[in-house]
Design a protein around this ligand. Structure first.
Ligand SMILES: [Zn+2]
Length: 206
């Protein structure tokens, strides 16, 4: 199933996944749908913000900047694990990436190296920006990493995807390094374990 979730289902999926979710401003209707496609969707992309501080990071991801209008993602994952929803629909997070990587995500097979930038990722991926300086020294607190796994699990469960539908920006677009300091294979392993757990009240999609 690759039709994007409704905003209501997206929010419910995250809350059912045990996450603390904050609805920032008019996130449900804040998007870039007037600039291009939103969907079909195939995965979840993880980023780092290159910022510090929750309030400023959330504000930046909501509004964007002069070179890149917001929203810059769907949700911002703070150091304490709180998820701030800033947009829904097409958002400016993935840019152009490798079409072979997209095919691997759709097929849920091993990822090839990202060597080309020929495919619009903003139409195809949910995007989450994690507050981190991206300097290789800023730590990733356990609460934040757990929230990233829970977010990935919630969206994958809602769509019936496996952990192979979770990728890092650096696996999509040549030249990107984010999320720096997070091992995507560890994140996928954690997501796989969480997907295997039965969650009361949440139907398992087959
Ligand atoms: Zn990124």
């Amino acid at each position: 199933m690759a039709t994007p979730l409704s905003a209501d289902r997206f929010l419910a999926a995250l809350r059912s996944g045990g996450l603390t979710v904050v609805e920032h401003r008019s996130w449900r209707t804040h998007n870039r749908n007037h600039k291009g496609l939103w969907g079909p969707v195939h995965g979840v992309m993880i980023h780092h913000t290159v910022t510090s501080g929750t309030t400023g990071s959330v504000d930046l991801c909501c509004k964007g900047h002069s070179a890149l209008p917001g929203p810059l993602c769907h949700g911002v994952i703070a150091k304490d694990g709180t998820v701030y929803l800033v947009g829904f629909g097409r958002t400016n997070h993935a840019g152009l990436g490798d079409g072979d990587v997209l095919r691997a995500v759709i097929d849920e097979t091993a990822l090839p190296p990202d060597t080309s930038a020929d495919t619009d990722g903003n139409a195809r991926f949910y995007g989450f920006e994690c507050v981190n300086l991206g300097d290789g020294r800023d730590p990733w607190p356990e609460a934040q990493v757990e929230a990233i796994e829970k977010v990935a699990t919630a969206v994958c469960r809602a769509h019936g995807w496996s952990e192979r539908s979770v990728i890092g920006h650096r696996e999509w677009q040549p030249g990107k390094v984010d999320p720096r300091g997070l091992e995507m294979k560890d994140l996928r392993r954690g997501t796989r374990k969480r997907l295997a757990l039965v969650v009361p009240g949440v139907p398992v999609h087959h």
